[in-house]
Design a protein around this ligand. Structure first.
Ligand SMILES: [Fe+2]
Length: 406
């Protein structure tokens, strides 16, 4: 970028509060014009066609000089608690594509205009954190998303990158031809993330033996739900591998919860708002000789980033939902209407993707987004799997250059 603004703002100009647009000397056709305007409490920068406002205290706090920020560790050195909240720069200039501020006491901060644009609220609110393709069964099936294959997945970063790209876009991804063992399943999961230890252990393996106080350990059909909504931070990823099934039924149901949430948002914004704000409790209570648990997670059905209204987490588990006592009765009634509308969307047959998990096919499910369930089954069915930490799988994706901002 070749933008050179030669003007310098003096303290006297700050008091005048002018709308200040310096002469721009641009070189090269890729140049973007920039203009700075000083307000009482913030600096306004127009750059690349977007007006952005930065508080002075924010600018001092985000100084990237060696004294203020360690660029090797990406950690802040400046003591935020020591910055004068009413701080203002003594001198302001734009030079060679950078905003240069001189603070009282002489410290100089220099920010590239592109860095400021990238990190501004105004640009962030227009940008999605996760690029996603929301789906119903037609959309997903017609996309013909390929599965990874075990050998390549374990040895080739490109194969893993394609797998993670699909995972980020659709919230589900498959690895085929995996040996039908707990050990091989563990190997596959550890290729992308850490296994999250829970009360069920790290890797778990279950049959319909009612060995735990949860309906998952039965042959019954299970309606669509997210797992571990009773954790303050629900598990990020669920992994399933059907090692053996000698019987009928048992298909896995998958529903894109964010697709349903967007339907609600478009049809009834007020219902979407209720689902995104009313805190709901989920509980897991287990009292057996071998296991004593009482876990509680509290959060809305839909968690939404406040700056861009993007949904990032859904808690939907009618089995584990606890007592509602966080809002008065009139809000409770309206919440049930909103919940019913979401349930209607989640239960539309066209939104259901049914998959038969067979030995060798490992599925990764974004448990913050995609609901799972199953039909009832007969015979011996042995399933293994685990939960993964969301932070780690997203970190792996990011380190491979995939666009996953948060
Ligand atoms: Fe489940």
């Amino acid at each position: 970028m070749f933008v050179r603004l030669s003007a310098t703002l003096r303290p006297a100009l700050r008091r005048a509060q002018p709308s200040w647009r310096p002469r721009t000397q641009s070189r090269g056709c890729a140049a973007k014009s920039a203009a700075v305007h000083l307000h009482q409490d913030c600096l306004e920068l127009s750059y690349g066609g977007t007006p952005m406002r930065f508080n002075y205290v924010w600018l001092r706090d985000h100084c990237r000089s060696a004294e203020s920020f360690n660029s090797s560790t990406h950690q802040r050195n400046v003591d935020t608690g020591s910055i004068e909240l009413s701080i203002r720069p003594d001198r302001t200039a734009v030079e060679d594509g950078h905003l240069v501020l001189t603070w009282p006491g002489g410290h100089v901060s220099k920010y590239s205009l592109s860095w400021l644009a990238e990190n501004s609220y105004e640009v962030s609110k227009q940008r999605t954190v996760h690029q996603r393709i929301l789906w119903n069964s037609d959309i997903y099936e017609s996309a013909n998303v390929p599965s990874a294959t075990y050998d390549k997945f374990m040895s080739c970063d490109d194969e893993m990158k394609k797998f993670l790209q699909n995972y980020l876009l659709y919230g589900i991804a498959f690895v085929d031809e995996v040996p039908a063992t707990v050990e091989a399943t563990q190997e596959v999961t550890q290729r992308v993330s850490l296994i999250r230890e829970t009360t069920y252990g790290g890797m778990w393996c279950f049959t319909s033996d009612f060995s735990r106080g949860d309906s998952a350990y039965s042959q019954l059909a299970l309606d669509r739900h997210t797992d571990t909504s009773y954790f303050q931070e629900p598990c990020g990823i669920q992994v399933f591998h059907c090692l053996k099934h000698e019987g009928t039924g048992g298909r896995t149901l998958l529903v894109d919860g964010f697709y349903a949430a967007e339907q609600v948002r478009q049809k009834s914004p007020e219902n979407f708002e209720l689902l995104a704000t009313v805190p709901i409790r989920h509980d897991y209570i287990e009292k057996s000789e071998s296991h004593q648990n009482h876990m509680t997670g509290i959060g809305p059905v839909l968690s939404v980033y406040p700056w861009n209204n993007e949904v990032y987490l859904m808690r939907y588990n009618n089995y584990d939902r606890g007592v509602i006592n966080t809002v008065p009765h009139d809000a409770v009634r309206r919440w049930y209407v909103a919940h019913r509308e979401l349930t209607t969307e989640l239960r539309r047959p066209e939104n259901e993707l049914w998959v038969k998990l067979t030995p060798g096919k490992v599925i990764f499910i974004d448990n913050w987004r995609v609901l799972h369930g199953r039909e009832s089954f007969t015979g011996l069915r042995q399933l293994c799997g685990c939960y993964l930490t969301r932070d780690d799988i997203i970190s792996t994706a990011r380190c491979l250059g995939l666009p996953a901002l948060s």
